[in-house]
Design a protein around this ligand. Structure first.
Ligand SMILES: Nc1ncnc2c1ncn2[C@@H]1O[C@H](COP(=O)(O)OP(=O)(O)O)[C@@H](O)[C@H]1O
Ligand SMILES: [Mg+2]
Length: 308
């Protein structure tokens, strides 16, 4: 097989927010630290992690949509070139597409057809809009509906149609399945699989590890604003194939593996321990875990753990 081209490369990404305490003291809140993700053509990379681990911020950083009080450092490149603000303006909404977490991104006062076509009325736009909706099982009548008339699954499919209309090279989907029945959720994820099979890269953000394992090629595990592990989706078939104690805890918490929840909770940025953020919950915790920990290759994957 030909070498797959890297579409998105994020290296050593850190994101912090400037906050004011008691009105005048300025503090920096480092919500993402040393984050690394790569997406290649034809590949679905799932980013999994619990709420607050930094998944949406990664998506917003790549899209250049971080709020004004956020700053970032590190490198982000798209098809081998740095993602500058100027370049993002050209790519966003074309080669680079976000399928947003919130369905409120749809305009409540515009029919589906108009939104997907972005108001264009020429025959070519009408035809490609029809094709895109048709592909996701949405008949002609859907074009005349308003967002409030759609079911949750239909809304998700409209958002995906809007994205594929532009033939993107990279699709970032932020939690595309919450609120959906399992069969609708699986169907939505199969659409992202198809988009990748046709040659685009997909960064699939989700807190549902089971669905991620089914739909993705690779899984990147987030915890408290950084990545703990990168594994092939198949590695989640057996606990011993996983590299990080946190991924193993996630594995044991999956419905098919006994639902065993690990004690403790993910720390908030203001209360991070020294070194590994998972340290205080980790069965293998030792003195080495309090220092700086490198993210490195290990057994065909990546791990950020000083005990491996
Ligand atoms: N505008 C903001 N100001 C301050 N902190 C923020 C802001 N947006 C997000 N955060 C914090 O950043 C962390 C990661 O958020 P987010 O990326 O939304 O998590 P996820 O999508 O994984 O649930 C959370 O702790 C959240 O509280
Ligand atoms: Mg989120």
């Amino acid at each position: 097989m030909a070498e797959r081209k890297v579409i998105l490369s994020v290296e050593h990404l850190s994101v912090s927010f400037t906050q004011y305490e008691r009105g005048w003291r300025q503090t920096e809140l480092p919500v993402i630290r040393d984050l690394n993700v790569q997406v290649r053509t034809g590949e679905v990379v799932a980013v999994v992690g619990s709420s607050g681990s930094g998944k949406s911020l990664l998506a917003h950083a790549v899209m250049g949509l971080l709020p004004d009080n956020a700053s970032w450092s590190g490198t982000m490149s798209f098809e081998g070139e740095a993602l500058t603000e100027k370049r993002l303006k050209k790519l966003r909404g074309r080669e680079l597409m976000l399928v947003p977490q919130s369905v409120s991104y749809l305009d409540p006062l515009m029919t589906v057809g108009n939104q997907v076509r972005k108001g264009r009325k020429d025959p070519e736009s009408r035809r490609s809009c029809r094709e895109a909706l048709e592909r996701y099982g949405l008949g002609e009548e859907t074009e005349r509906l308003y967002p409030f008339q759609l079911s949750g699954g239909m809304t998700r499919r409209v958002l995906i149609s809007t994205a594929v209309m532009e033939k993107p090279h990279l699709v970032i989907a932020d939690e595309p399945t919450p609120g959906l029945h399992i069969s609708a959720a699986k169907r939505v994820l199969s659409h992202f699989r198809e988009i990748a099979d046709e040659g685009a890269g997909v960064l699939l953000i989700t807190h549902d590890l089971e669905l991620a394992v089914e739909a993705a090629d690779r899984i990147v595990v987030f915890y408290a604003g950084t990545n703990m592990e990168e594994a092939a989706a198949e590695d989640f078939q057996a606990e011993e194939r996983l590299r990080h104690p946190y991924s193993r805890a996630l594995y044991r918490a999956m419905p098919g593996h006994g639902f065993q929840a690990a004690p403790g909770t993910q720390p908030y940025v203001k209360n991070l321990p020294e070194g590994c953020p998972y340290g205080p919950r980790c069965p293998d915790y030792s003195g080495e875990c309090t220092g700086e920990i490198e993210y490195r290759s290990f057994q065909d994957g990546m791990v950020k753990c000083s005990r491996r």
